[in-house]
Design a protein around this ligand. Sequence first.
Ligand SMILES: Cc1cc2nc3c(=O)[nH]c(=O)nc-3n(C[C@H](O)[C@H](O)[C@H](O)COP(=O)(O)OP(=O)(O)OC[C@H]3O[C@@H](n4cnc5c(N)ncnc54)[C@H](O)[C@@H]3O)c2cc1C
Length: 399
Amino acid sequence: DANTILESCVYDHAAQLMTVDTSDPDRPFVKQVTRWLEDGILTEMPSENVVEISPQDGGLGCVTTPLTLPPHIHFYHGERGMNSIPLALVNSLTSPVEQDVWVSPSNGVYYHKPPYRLWQVKAKKQTLYYDNLIVAHNGKCADRLMSKTPAKALHSLLRTNFNDNVPENGGSKMTLNSIYSLVVALPKGALETLIPESVTCAFVKQVEDLRFVSCNTRKYRHLEDVTSDVAAAPDVEVWTILSSPSFAKRHKAPQENIPKAKEREVTDLLLASLSTLVGGEINLQDSVLESRLQLWGAAVPLNTWSSANAGVVTDEASTGFVYDAEHGVGACGDWLLEPSIEGAWESGRRLANWMTQEITNEGEDEKRSVGLPDRVSDQGGRFVANASVLQNGIGSFSR
Ligand SMILES: Cc1cc2nc3c(=O)[nH]c(=O)nc-3n(C[C@H](O)[C@H](O)[C@H](O)COP(=O)(O)OP(=O)(O)OC[C@H]3O[C@@H](n4cnc5c(N)ncnc54)[C@H](O)[C@@H]3O)c2cc1C
């Protein structure tokens, strides 16, 4: 069952947009975005193409409401898909990056105690040794990966709940939601007139099971001039539909191997919700040319770890990541700062700066841990609920 149309198109099945506040041009992420724009890695999306969308009272079509954003909020996406962004990161590094390498959570890493102080990493049938390790992912895997190591305080932060909600006080554990992403190729006429041509991305309101829809064909129209990617299917529109976290929770499944019956059920339900959004009467299921369903099991953090440093030290340099200097292991990612691409990028940047400083520091005594909970006193920080994720389900990029 080859997805020939989808294979020939550029589409995004997870992150859809980057939202950037450009009011302070000296912010490191704003500088990075400027460089990416200059290098043709990013394309700006006019803010009027991103709207809120909801069903109208009767008849076909939907109601679109402009987002009320200040002029210094800008939307960007990768020039050739959101994947342009990680590719640019890889290409900007001087040391080679091994991609698509799975580190087994059961025996992938092992810490050799002093006098060695080395991390042993097993991957691709090789055993490699490093003086520092960075955990840049979360969820069950990261939890298991670190569970047998002596870095107990860092591991305690990696323990994960999966839910579509957290208590107002943020709860006591990292909590991740789940999201289904359905990519569908539809004949151009199916939605073309129902969702106005000017809409590329939309936050969905008043349809319980949906949170976001995006038209990849409209988003990557500029590729038509230079490649055949979009032109390959000129009579087709490719849409990405993101579910609500509560929908994904109700339809829990093994994400690497969704049973066929569940895949059909979820696909039909999401298409029915899309029909509801655009007027109810139409049967989109029968129009689908191709589809691809993905479950993001460990999708977006509902709470972020805020270390005690965050309240005391105003310096950004020591917040938004964690680093255990005793064992030479750090963690970065959206769950430590803000659930968005920017949050993940900034967390990684801060951890890298901290480690560079620590590594160049002479003498063991000067090495400093940062952001870890104090396991004896239960102090040292707490998880804070993220209001915008709780509201829109898919990250804090909507502002
Ligand atoms: C459906 C969806 C839509 C979203 N939309 C947006 C959006 O439009 N805009 C926005 O700003 N943010 C969005 N987000 C949030 C954004 O994607 C995340 O905040 C961001 O990707 C987090 O980056 P990260 O580096 O912390 O983690 P990740 O991007 O999750 O990266 C972790 C990496 O670790 C790898 N990995 C995991 N386990 C192992 C292992 N055992 N061995 C080796 N590698 C491993 C994974 O393959 C992955 O590449 C969305 C998220 C989801 C789920």
